[in-house]
Design a protein around this ligand. Structure first.
Ligand SMILES: Cc1ncc(COP(=O)(O)O)c(C=O)c1O
Length: 398
């Protein structure tokens, strides 16, 4: 029998394989149970039940049949970058030029590439915890250390600029923000973002803002460091259509950066990707240009799911609901039930078929939480809430 040659994965790849890559174990188990015919409600991985609006699919089909199946310019199609620039200029109230935009196959790849350009061995990047599960790997791949700052659940996971400022050292290269947040759903207020940006300016630090949930703000408005004059010097916005337009599988994202960084990103894209598919980009340009009714309706649906699901969970003894202002997730504290999030998620799945994500995926400070996504229609979410209620009440451990 042939054996693989002895080898060790490179340090870069090993740094991408920390304990948080286990975050999806419960989801994988749920998929396996479903294959065996069990009745599963998936509220784990953030891939919602909405299909991409038909008009966008039609735009892609038209593009494909007209022969748009070749290599694209490395930086991204100019028509798409113009649409992104015009949309961003409206959203932020600051002019954004297409040459500051680089198109990627999704925000994930955009984040990874941005940090490969900005931080390496000897550098530190500040992450706010709870943090999206892949942030550690994204920051650490290039050799930088991730410095994690826990946000206080009792403040609604609000941005605490004093705490961040105290963590800055001469090694700090960047701070990564995410608002509306995954997994918290917290929308940071503009005044705190302004304060943080001036701290970044004073210390010569980058502020990277992951805004993939920008359109999903249910209470108040989306806020961004890019709406502050002077931000074009050190703010990088990462965004995508995955969530805003139910386009997770199309792999369309982008970075808005100072032109010097954009040029570096283009060099990286050339080596890594050699561009993004033309027809996906054409569909994305269509999606941004047209203010589609179906997209608005989808956001309203998320709001209704949030309202009803939070109401249905509130009042279950031992379950602490942290109502989100935006995004597609809810963090629920389960520590009062005498277990951590991993135990809760595994037992909940085994006993009720509801799949959620254990909090350790988002940092040690939320080990006693689970993340639940508003990923199924209201009736199914309501069924999940009842199953969670029965699961908790049957344990009788409060
Ligand atoms: C906060 C956050 N950033 C980035 C991503 C990656 O998004 P994309 O599908 O655009 O790669 C996700 C996906 O869930 C996310 O939640």
């Amino acid at each position: 029998m042939a054996h693989d040659i002895p080898f060790e994965l490179t340090a870069l790849v090993q740094r991408c394989s920390g304990p948080r890559s286990r975050a999806w174990d419960v989801t994988d188990k749920a998929a396996e149970m479903e294959r065996r015919g069990e009745d599963i409600i998936h509220l784990g991985v953030g891939d919602p039940d909405f299909d991409t609006p038909k008009e966008i699919v039609d735009a892609a089909t038209k593009s494909m049949t007209s022969g748009r199946t070749h290599y694209s310019p490395i930086q991204g199609e100019i028509a798409l970058r113009k649409q992104i620039a015009s949309h961003a200029s409206g959203l932020y109230g600051q002019t954004v030029e297409p040459d500051r935009i680089v198109v990627f196959p999704g925000a994930q790849c955009a984040l990874f590439s941005t940090f490969l350009c900005l931080a390496e061995t000897g550098d530190e990047v500040i992450l706010l915890e709870p943090a999206y599960a892949t942030y550690d790997a994204v920051v650490r791949a290039g050799g930088a250390d991730a410095v994690r700052i826990p946000l206080d659940p009792e403040s609604g996971f609000a941005l605490n600029v004093d705490q961040i400022q105290a963590a800055i050292t001469p090694r700090t290269k960047a701070i990564l923000l995410n608002s509306p947040g995954n997994p918290t759903g917290t929308v940071f207020v503009q005044s705190a973002i302004n304060e943080l940006l001036s701290v970044c300016h004073q210390n010569g630090i980058w502020l990277v803002s992951d805004e993939v949930y920008w359109s999903m703000v249910f209470d108040g408005e989306h806020h961004s460091p890019l709406s502050i004059p002077g931000s074009e010097r050190n703010v990088v916005v990462v965004n995508s259509l995955s969530k805003s337009h139910a386009m997770t599988g199309w792999r369309i994202g982008w970075v808005i950066a100072p032109t010097s960084l954009a040029r570096g990103l283009v060099n990286l894209v050339q080596a890594l990707l050699f561009g993004v598919s033309q027809f996906s980009q054409d569909a994305a340009a269509f999606a941004i240009e047209n203010d589609l009714e179906s997209v608005h309706a989808m956001i309203d649906t998320y709001r209704r799911r949030r309202d009803r699901f939070c109401a249905e969970l509130t009042g279950i003894k031992g379950v602490n609901v942290y109502r989100p202002d935006g995004g597609m997730f809810l963090l629920v504290g389960v520590g009062d039930l005498g277990m951590d999030g991993d135990q809760f998620a595994n037992e909940l799945l085994a006993e009720t078929g509801v799949a959620v994500v254990p909090g350790f995926a988002f940092g040690a400070s939320v080990e006693k939480f689970v993340r639940i996504g508003f990923l199924r229609d209201e009736e199914i979410m309501s069924d999940a809430a009842q199953r969670i209620r029965r699961f908790v009440e049957n344990r009788d451990c409060t």
